[in-house]
Design a protein around this ligand. Structure first.
Ligand SMILES: NC(=O)c1ccc[n+]([C@@H]2O[C@H](COP(=O)([O-])OP(=O)(O)OC[C@H]3O[C@@H](n4cnc5c(N)ncnc54)[C@H](OP(=O)(O)O)[C@@H]3O)[C@@H](O)[C@H]2O)c1
Length: 180
């Protein structure tokens, strides 16, 4: 385990998204700790006794909830972990959120209300879904597996895609200590 005050914790760091985030950070010389049940120390969303150890000595963290941010209890879990992180001295949190889902905004509020620098990213779908993820097999069968994506940002023409499919631009901010 590597611990110094510049350590960045990447939750889900062994997964499809987290592996890429981890690799990019390592390439930039960042000291990265992988946060997952297989991490060292382990981090398990379902076992709060693992949380403090995973965040010890961490300065920044990429928060990725599993299985989904719209999962029941996700906002409470994210709020508890993010609060523990801030109390442990983490100064910057990045939350992987999701498309336009009401439940996702509760998860975002749980982070953006904390006294910490934060960034929320809310993609529609990562490229790797198409080359190693759930969309690969349908594509191989000649089927386009997604609704047509026409976002308000990219076109003024009426869209036929459901609003939940639209990605949102990343947003970033800092909440002052003591505000909600
Ligand atoms: N793909 C997209 O386009 C997209 C877009 C927005 C959001 N997301 C969300 O991003 C998340 C991760 O996606 P992915 O494709 O990277 O998933 P993935 O490849 O299945 O990886 C899941 C990661 O979560 C960890 N994990 C699983 N259960 C855990 C638990 N109980 N506690 C702690 N860590 C746990 C796994 O590591 P261990 O097994 O070692 O614990 C692994 O690192 C999902 O919630 C997904 O909905 C995906």
């Amino acid at each position: 385990m590597t611990v110094n005050e510049h350590t960045t914790l990447v939750l889900g760091g062994t997964g499809r998204i987290g592996r890429r985030v981890t690799r990019r950070l390592v390439e930039r010389g960042v000291d990265v700790r992988v946060g997952s049940r297989a991490g060292e120390p382990p981090f398990d969303w379902e076992d709060s006794s693992t949380w403090a150890g995973a965040f010890a000595g961490v300065r920044s963290a990429y928060l990725m909830y599993y299985p989904e941010v719209d999962w029941p209890g996700a906002a409470d879990a994210i709020g508890a972990v993010a609060g523990l992180a801030v109390d442990a001295g983490v100064r910057r949190l990045v939350l992987l959120s999701a498309r336009n889902q009401d439940e996702a905004t509760r998860c975002e509020d749980a982070v953006t209300s904390l006294p910490v620098e934060w960034t929320v990213v809310a993609p529609a779908s990562f490229n790797q879904n198409f080359d190693e993820g759930v969309f690969l097999e349908p594509l191989r069968q000649g089927c386009w597996p997604c609704p047509p994506v026409t976002t308000p940002n990219r076109s003024s023409t009426p869209t036929t895609s459901p609003t939940w499919w639209w990605p949102r631009s990343p947003r970033t901010g800092t909440s002052a200590r003591g505000t909600s």
